[in-house]
Design a protein around this ligand. Structure first.
Ligand code: GLU
Length: 472
């Protein structure tokens, strides 16, 4: 197989919004396809009629696009192997159920959920792992017929061959072996006629020409079942790689507070897609370089050998770090839109670019931009204790000198500061801090030279007078 034939896929079930965990799975598959010049496919696994919802489908398409994970084949873009939603593939599945039944690889099962639960309980009580006891595996044609006539709705079960060892090389975890005798016959079609995950997922991968599947480690135990199914159907199996799970900082499962966040929530909080890409691509995958990578570079450096087997630890500080990096790089037009109405209402469009250049190093989220817009253009606010101390230390004369220096030099920062130094005899922090507090109300913040250049001269004068009055 040449690498151009590589096809990877993301196959979400629309039972909720995309979260960091499944987004990372999507990203790894997209990066792998891109790295090898192959295709990335999207398939919607909407067979769960109770939990699946159409609005989640719309949301996940939008979220993936927002992140830049465009699929070359799938919903909305089409392709040669559609339809790409499993709910529309019933006729295709019917054909494969028929084949399995015809070859006696599958049989109808009339056991009720209550009977199955009872059987599992009995097995557990005798210390055996619960698996299907085979009650319906050898029903005669007449017995089946009688049950059907009683109006029972059977499921369809796959007959797992006895005494086999299923072996495969997991592209992340290495060689794997499973004994088929540990796997009970499993349901491939529910009593309501809908396909079970094992079946639809494996059949679709084969029919859609998927060559590589990266998915969560929680699916590892499903793989031998799927390989047996594909073998029975004489369909090609993809190569599987099972990704280590993401855990919280304490090593436990991700919590809502830590990482178990939907992409929507992260987007609403102001995260930029490139920040998430840079973060997620390193969550369980190692790059040579720790610095910022553009999407094409993320793909170029992606390799299966670099995927870790140990659980990947979610680190919120790292995510925020990549967010600052993304903000540092975003172009002004985009940042302006990202900042939102709270900034647009305070900052006039003429000073837009100057404002962005001034506050950018201090920004991580739109709320930070709103904070600085308020400080530099909004109504005056009360000073913090530190701020008050800083201006009290220099007294009202300092601000009279500052007004004079400003009258003389305007926004020309160097001359203004030199002049103020001469007039007050102060330097360093003793000089800059009271000036900063007077102009911004804060003891930390954007570069002072830029602040002075950005603020209207009238506002600067007013701030200096006000600071003088506060300590007068
Ligand atoms: N629909 C399955 C899930 O969301 C897909 C598993 C797989 O990638 O094979 O877990």
């Amino acid at each position: 197989m040449t690498t151009e034939n590589v096809k990877t896929r993301f196959a979400p079930s629309p039972t909720g919004y995309l979260h960091l965990g499944n987004v990372r799975t999507a990203l790894f598959n997209a990066l792998l396809a891109r790295r090898w010049g192959g295709r990335f496919l999207l398939r919607i696994e909407d067979t769960d009629r109770e939990r699946g919802r159409p609005e989640y489908v719309a949301a996940l398409l939008e979220d993936l696009r927002w992140l830049g994970l465009d699929w070359r084949e799938g919903p909305e873009v089409g392709g040669a192997h559609g339809p790409y939603a499993q709910s529309e593939r019933g006729a295709i599945y019917a054909d494969y159920y028929w084949r399995l039944e015809a070859m006696d690889h599958a049989y109808p099962c009339f056991c009720t959920p209550a009977e199955l639960a009872l059987s599992r309980k009995a097995q557990r009580a005798t210390g055996r792992p619960p698996r299907y006891a085979g009650t319906c595996a050898r029903l005669s044609v007449a017995e089946r017929q009688a049950r059907l006539e009683r109006g029972l709705q059977p499921t369809l079960r796959f007959r797992v061959p006895a005494g086999r060892t299923v072996e495969f090389i997991d592209r992340v975890r290495g060689p794997q072996r499973f004994a088929s005798d540990d796997i009970g016959d499993f349901v491939i079609r529910r009593a309501d006629g809908s396909p079970q995950f094992f079946f639809a997922n494996a059949v679709d991968d084969a029919l859609m020409g998927v060559t590589h599947v990266l998915r969560g480690e929680d699916h590892l135990a499903n793989t031998p079942r799927q390989l047996l199914l594909l073998e029975a159907l004489e369909l090609p199996a993809p190569e599987y790689g099972h990704l280590a799970l993401i855990v919280g900082t304490d090593g436990g499962p991700l919590s809502k507070r830590e990482g178990d966040l939907s992409l929507r929530e992260l987007r609403a909080a102001g995260y930029l897609p490139e920040a998430l890409l840079n973060y997620l691509a390193r969550l369980g995958h190692a790059y040579d370089r720790d610095e910022w990578l553009e999407p094409a570079e993320l793909a170029a450096g992606f390799a299966l050998e670099r995927l870790g087997r140990a659980p990947a630890r979610y680190d919120p500080a790292q995510l925020v770090y990549w967010q600052s990096e993304a903000v540092r790089r975003a172009d002004p037009e985009r940042l302006w839109g990202w900042m939102g109405a709270r900034v647009h209402n305070q900052v006039s469009p003429e000073v837009r670019d100057k404002f962005i250049a001034t506050v950018r190093p201090n920004l991580r989220f739109p709320a930070d931009a709103a904070f600085w817009a308020e400080r530099l253009f909004g109504p005056e606010s009360a000073l913090s204790a530190d701020g008050q101390t800083a201006i009290a230390a220099v007294g009202p004369e300092f601000f009279i000198h500052a007004l004079a220096a400003h009258a003389e030099h305007g926004a020309a920062y160097r001359p203004l500061v030199e002049d103020l130094k001469r007039r007050t005899g102060l330097k360093g922090k003793n000089l800059f801090m009271p000036l900063r507090v007077a102009l911004t109300g804060e003891t930390h913040g954007p570069e002072l030279a830029r602040v002075i250049e950005l603020m209207a001269p009238e506002r600067i004068r007013q701030c200096l007078r006000q600071a003088g009055a506060r300590v007068g």
